[in-house]
Design a binder for this molecule. Structure first.
Ligand code: GLY
Length: 362
């Protein structure tokens, strides 16, 4: 039996269905106007495009196929414009739906198209990576990149349903799968110490992608994300805890060029850095900081750069100061007092940042 997690946002509430071979688009099909622009990338198209569109068609959804090149470069206004035109040429109307079939890039791009085409039409998320399943497909953040930075243009636009078909994980390359585990571990660190302990206990089975365990883990991550988003949909306050490890992680991605580090890999090093800061300024017991580093390493995530990926502190510091989430031009950090208890908006003295960088990350 699939698991269903509800995101409670009043009239914008929606279900997340999680399981193996789950029915698709249930909420979409309850209503009139069963036509969809199904947006995917060339990689997902090759592996799953045909089969999933057939499944959507069998449930009564008339599908217009829209395939964009794989990779972060497609998350642009130019690609969005091509999708608007494709939607218009194929008679996609306000009562219809955009289906985001892919990882985080596709969810953000197709979500932004759904948020803006004809002033907003319905969005169905079918995430195909672990990272998208536990994070980006839930919560309504959509957007595209500009030359000047990531996600600088976007909108909050909640999906009407998220369908997490865990079978899609079986074809995910190991490096991508492990990268997604960084966000899974993040939920344990910021919100649920028991969940963190469960991840420690089952680290080996997680790496074998055990289906029953995956359903339990993905469902717990979605429950936590749903709870946080229901508290603070537009990230005025507490939703920022989801950015644990991301201040440094985003800076690394920006300096090194997107693609060199997978998002979860950069966040993993960022979480190690934040654990180190938390132990220094928020009293996180050293034993808990060690547990964080050990779990990241056990699942195969990087916690230091290594010599071949040397990064200079000065350049990291400069980029962190231009992050969209700075306050009075100073980077802010999410830190933890203990496992499961996070604090947002933490300012850390410059010398401590530099020292922690040199001690923990190199
Ligand atoms: N990925 C962070 C958020 O959805 O707020």
């Amino acid at each position: 039996m699939p698991t269903t997690v509800q995101v409670n946002l009043g009239d914008r509430s929606y279900p997340i269905h999680i399981g193996m071979d789950i029915p698709l688009a249930k909420s979409v099909l309850d209503r009139q106007g069963n036509r969809a622009l199904v947006v995917t990338d060339a990689n997902v198209e090759q592996l799953h495009g045909e089969a999933l569109r057939r499944k959507l068609k069998d449930s009564g959804l008339d599908c217009v196929k829209a395939v964009v090149p794989a990779g972060e470069n497609s998350k642009s206004l130019e690609t969005a414009q091509r999708l608007y035109q494709q939607a218009a040429l194929n008679g996609i109307e306000r009562s219809h739906v955009v289906v985001a079939l892919g990882g985080g890039m596709i969810g953000d791009l197709a979500g932004y198209v759904a948020a803006t085409y004809q002033r907003g039409i319905r969005l169905l998320q079918i995430p195909t990576t672990l990272l998208a399943m536990v994070d980006s497909s839930v919560g309504g953040k959509t957007g595209v990149n500009l030359e000047q930075g990531k996600n600088l243009v976007g909108a909050f636009h909640q999906p009407v349903e998220v369908d997490v078909d865990l079978r899609l994980l079986q074809t995910l390359p190991q490096r991508e799968y492990v990268s997604g585990l960084a966000e899974v571990i993040k939920y344990g660190i910021i919100w649920d110490a028991e969940f963190f302990a469960l991840l420690e206990q089952h680290a080996d089975a997680i790496l074998t992608r055990d289906p029953a365990l995956l359903e339990r883990i993905v469902a717990r991550c979605c429950e936590i994300k749903a709870e946080v988003v229901a508290m603070d949909e537009r990230e005025i306050g507490p939703r920022a805890i989801l950015n644990f490890g991301h201040t440094l992680g985003h800076a690394m991605e920006k300096i090194d060029g997107y693609g060199r580090w997978l998002h979860g890999e950069a966040v993993s090093i960022g979480m190690r850095f934040s654990a180190c800061l938390s132990a220094r300024v928020k009293g996180l017991p050293n034993s808990d900081a060690d547990r964080i580093v050990n779990l990241l390493e056990r699942v195969g995530l990087p916690v230091v750069f290594g010599n071949e990926r040397e990064l200079a502190w000065d350049s990291v510091w400069k980029v962190m100061q231009t992050d969209k989430k700075t306050f009075r031009r100073r980077p802010r950090f999410v830190l933890v007092e203990k496992l499961g208890a996070a604090l947002t908006g933490c300012d850390v003295p410059d010398e401590l940042l530099a020292e922690s960088w040199h001690v923990c990350c190199k």
